[in-house]
Write a protein that binds this ligand. Structure first.
Ligand code: SF4
Length: 366
């Protein structure tokens, strides 16, 4: 009986060690893995024919047994307010995701999606309203960064800069990466770990783990696995409420993983002087912005050794949630600081281009 045909192997999702093993199984010497990895992630070849230092016979074989699914740019919006750029990207299955390039003082921070839609169901989040749900592959996560690099090279050309050659392609890469786009990264952890392997590989994108932050809604059971695989990567917890009865309502995941469980998971992490822990706190007027909320947040941050990022809510069409008035925000920050905790106030970037998580992809999906 004939065995069913195998789907092509997704080589763009393979960290270098996995690629080496896969090519060895094809009868290739180990150094071919470094060559193919370079073509995929540094030179960013998008056709087997471009990989000119691979033997023609191997390229012909790869064309039949391997693939590297790509994303295509559907929408590209630039903010007139702060220079941020938001992209809606289509997967090869026609599903829409988004990535945001935020112009910061120290360079560009890219916000990455890890899933199509998100099943965590946070009540204030536009992504949670998107009906389509799927995991992204590691290659699709990495491809978001590749697209950012290509756009930077194109912009450089437009300004008369140097064209992106094989290694120049990464010259304009984002400075920092945050997994805070669509999806819950720890709900797609194997793909996220493989993507981090590729992004932090010195022979790939060579991001320092210190410049990468993975955010979670609080899936405590997966925190040790992420920290074991990438101990230097920063962790952000989307906390947003310090009392379970409030958090249960805002973030239903809290009913299964209450606040104390995630605090325990963070406190149990092996010490690492390079890893930063932050609490992300979306300020929602009338829900979590009182003085008591601020003091409780400050005490929790001190207990875990976390820095607080407070983000006044970026309202989107169809939500009743609102950002607090300026005076309330200012008082909230003061009340946190009075506990001794450190807090930064992060205004949402790209407020004129639908930068709330899931807004743009939601428009494409509906
Ligand atoms: S806030 Fe994050 S975890 Fe919650 S539904 Fe939105 S994307 Fe998912």
């Amino acid at each position: 009986m004939l065995s069913p045909p195998q789907p092509p192997a997704d080589v763009a999702s393979m960290p270098r060690a996995a690629l080496r093993q896969w090519l060895t199984d094809l009868g290739q010497p180990p150094f071919r893995a470094d060559q193919l990895f370079h073509w995929l992630h540094v030179a960013q070849a998008r056709d087997w024919a471009q990989m000119t230092d691979l033997p023609a016979a191997l390229r012909a074989t790869l064309a039949t047994v391997a693939s590297f699914p790509q994303l295509s740019v559907q929408v590209d919006r630039k903010s007139a307010l702060d220079g941020s750029r938001k992209l809606a990207l289509a997967t090869c299955h026609g599903q829409s995701i988004e990535t945001v390039l935020m112009a910061m003082e120290a360079g560009v921070t890219q916000c990455l999606s890890s899933q199509v839609g998100c099943k965590m169901g946070c009540d204030f989040c536009a992504t949670a309203r998107i009906a389509t749900r799927a995991n992204l592959t590691a290659g699709e996560i990495v491809e978001q960064v590749a697209i950012a690099c290509r756009l930077a090279v194109e912009a450089g050309r437009g300004r008369g800069g140097v064209a992106g050659g094989q290694t120049g392609m990464l010259a304009g890469r984002p400075r920092n990466l945050v997994f805070m786009g669509m999806g819950e990264p720890l709900d797609n952890l194997d793909a996220v770990i493989a993507a981090l392997d590729i992004l932090c590989d010195p022979k790939g994108y060579a991001f320092s783990p210190r410049r990468v932050t993975v955010s979670t809604v609080g899936l405590a059971r997966w925190v040790p696995k992420l920290a074991a695989a990438h101990p230097g990567v920063n962790l952000a917890w989307s906390l947003t409420a310090t009392r379970d009865e409030v958090r249960d309502r805002l973030m239903p995941v809290n009913k299964g993983v209450p606040i104390a469980k995630m605090v325990d998971a963070l406190r149990a992490l092996p010490a690492n002087p390079h890893r930063k822990i932050t609490f992300e706190y979306a300020l929602l007027h009338g829900h979590n912005d009182t003085g008591d909320d601020a003091r409780s947040l400050g005490r929790m941050a001190l207990e875990v050794g976390a820095h607080i990022n407070a983000i006044p809510f970026n309202a989107w069409y169809g939500t009743d949630y609102r950002r607090p008035p300026r005076a309330v925000i200012t008082q909230f920050v003061r009340d946190v600081q009075a506990t001794g905790a450190t807090i930064s106030l992060r205004e949402s970037k790209g407020q004129d281009i639908g930068a709330a998580c899931g807004q743009l992809a939601g428009e494409r999906a509906t």
